[in-house]
Design a protein around this ligand. Structure first.
Ligand SMILES: Cc1cc2nc3c(=O)[nH]c(=O)nc-3n(C[C@H](O)[C@H](O)[C@H](O)COP(=O)(O)OP(=O)(O)OC[C@H]3O[C@@H](n4cnc5c(N)ncnc54)[C@H](O)[C@@H]3O)c2cc1C
Length: 163
């Protein structure tokens, strides 16, 4: 998702590919800093859209986007909350490097018992790589390995402290 000059057309392309061309492996991006995003996200969640939620990277005027980080963060938290409570949420990509957003999203998915195969964390390649690994290890594959072989807990603990 790029600047607001392209938000409508980007969403239109997404919906056209999905509904007219039958692509079922598509998602779209929502930028938490835009005022319009709560409504866009609500509609997309109702449509069962797979969404990547980011804060937004472009310089936008105050008429369309929250200028203050605290408000962007608040809307980010709210959008995660809204999406997981929608009637048929499909899949949410929580795209952020911000630990506060990660912790808040983790608490939200836990509170609403969102299945682990219904969301993921995303970061840009090379940024916070060790945190990426920790989050990935919390996934179902990792938990299964621990359950199968409790001795793996020791290897996991050692690798955390050796980083
Ligand atoms: C997978 C992915 C896809 C994206 N796609 C889009 C898109 O389509 N359109 C768009 O507008 N934007 C996109 N973005 C960018 C996004 O909107 C933000 O601009 C960008 O992620 C920075 O915001 P943040 O949530 O990481 O946290 P910020 O609010 O920038 O930072 C908060 C805190 O996070 C930590 N942090 C942030 N960056 C770093 C870093 N580089 N290294 C270490 N710690 C850091 C720091 O503790 C920082 O104080 C994407 C981001 C990701 C991860």
């Amino acid at each position: 998702m790029e600047s607001t000059a392209y938000t409508d057309v980007t969403l239109r392309i997404y919906r056209t590919l999905r509904d007219e061309y039958g692509f079922d492996n598509l998602g779209t991006v929502i930028q938490a800093y835009l005022y319009r995003s709560r409504e866009d996200m609500r509609q997309l969640a109702d449509e069962g859209a797979h969404i990547r939620l980011c804060k937004g990277a472009y310089l936008e005027p105050e008429t369309v986007a929250f200028p203050e980080k605290a408000d962007v963060d608040e809307q980010y938290r709210q959008l995660v909350e809204d999406y997981v409570q929608a009637p048929a949420p499909a899949y949410l990509c929580i795209a952020t490097h911000d630990e506060a957003m990660i912790q808040s999203a983790r608490a939200t998915v836990a509170r609403h018992s969102v299945q682990r195969n219904r969301f993921e964390f995303q970061m840009l390649y090379g940024i916070r790589s060790s945190r990426q690994l920790e989050l990935a290890r919390e996934g179902p594959y990792f938990m299964r390995r621990l359950a199968e072989r409790p001795a793996n807990l020791w290897f996991f603990a050692k690798s955390l402290f050796s980083r």
